[in-house]
Design a protein around this ligand. Structure first.
Ligand code: SAM
Ligand code: SF4
Length: 325
């Protein structure tokens, strides 16, 4: 266990069709209430325990993490946990212009911003809210100006919706130092109506981009890195492709996930988590919490992405907007 995703809310100001489709996440959706969320103090305490068990990289995510009030306060608390070497945030970007500076001052190292297309109409079809590409680009600039770059730009690729715009996206960010990461559309949760024929395989993405901008593969930065790296042959920087459908990487996975109300998940495709919050509420000491985390981690057998095509019966998997990717 090297890497922890901390989801701080299950709410979002977008309704991405692949993550929180509007018909399943309408006004009556039972989102977690405020008193169900871990407090920042509880989150930081748990993260410190995870750090004691080997975690060195922490990513704050959601839902949309920038909706959580005064998120910079949590960032400051996490940045103070010494063994943590890398503190990052994943966001849809539109609230970054007002928050990037104070997040950077609080000790955030890097951000990833999700941006599925540079075409306003295509972006709106993906995220299903009235947003302008310029709003997200302003967020990327704000992060960069605050010293949170180079920014990673995440784009989920859906055949027939935004796949015709990925070459433009890569071209736009070539030479900027920012790194576009194209994500194979995944069957997370049970609400997005995922179909295999909507997945554009990594190989096809590389062929389409490579036809205009020659690419060559490069080595991973570290064992267990989820993005396959490619670089522009002309020195214009690199891109990544997250191939969790066509080339799963379960066997190298070192990632744990903490939900907004304190459940530990050992896989993105799990259907149930280990309840750490009840232990917190029962007054468990750090040693007891560490033991519980260690037990859950060493008992894990998850390898969903490697066996997805053999699975017929499907349980009710957790939603991406709850656990944060
Ligand atoms: N709201 C923030 C955002 O969108 O960046 C953080 C949470 S979001 C769940 C984290 C990442 O998961 C985003 O980059 C999003 O594009 C990705 N994601 C969501 N649903 C997905 C799916 N079905 N397949 C692949 N990636 C997905
Ligand atoms: Fe919100 Fe991020 Fe999910 Fe889109 S991908 S609905 S921005 S949580």
């Amino acid at each position: 266990m090297r890497d922890l995703r901390v989801s701080v809310t299950d709410r979002c100001n977008f309704r991405c069709t692949y993550c929180m489709p509007r018909d399943a996440f309408g006004p009556d959706h039972p989102f977690l209430s405020r008193h169900e969320l871990l407090t920042y103090e509880q989150t930081a305490r748990l993260v410190a325990i995870f750090a004691g068990l080997g975690v060195r990289k922490v990513r704050v995510t959601g839902g949309e993490p920038l909706l959580r009030r005064d998120l910079h306060r949590l960032v400051g608390m996490l940045a103070a946990i010494k063994p943590i070497e890398d503190l990052a945030l994943t966001t849809n970007g539109v609230l970054l212009p007002e928050q990037a500076e104070r997040l950077a001052e609080a000790g955030l190292n890097r951000v990833t911003v999700s941006l599925d297309s540079l075409d306003d109409n295509v972006l709106r079809r993906m995220v299903d809210v009235e947003v302008h590409v310029a709003d997200v680009l302003a967020g990327i600039d704000a992060a960069s100006d605050a010293g949170l770059g180079p920014v990673k730009i995440n784009a989920v690729v859906r055949r027939g919706v935004n796949d015709h715009t990925i070459v433009d996206l890569v071209r736009h960010f070539r030479g900027t130092g920012h790194i576009v990461r194209l994500i194979e559309y995944m069957d997370v949760g049970t609400t997005n109506g995922w179909r295999l024929d909507e997945v554009v395989p990594a190989r096809e993405m590389i062929e389409r981009i490579g036809a205009e901008m020659p690419l060559e593969p490069i080595d991973p930065n570290y064992r267990g890195e989820v993005a396959r790296r490619w670089r522009h042959r002309d020195g214009g920087g690199e891109i990544g492709i997250i191939t969790s459908v066509t080339q799963p990487f379960c066997s190298a996975c070192t990632r744990a996930r903490l939900s907004p109300e304190g459940r530990l998940f050992t896989c993105l495709f799990a259907s149930s988590g280990h309840d750490l919050r009840s232990l917190l509420n029962d007054g468990a000491d750090d040693e007891r919490l560490a033991r519980s985390i260690r037990e859950a981690w060493s008992a894990r057998e998850d390898r969903y992405s490697e066996v997805r095509t053999q699975l017929t019966a499907r349980g009710r998997r957790i939603e991406m907007s709850y656990i944060g990717g």
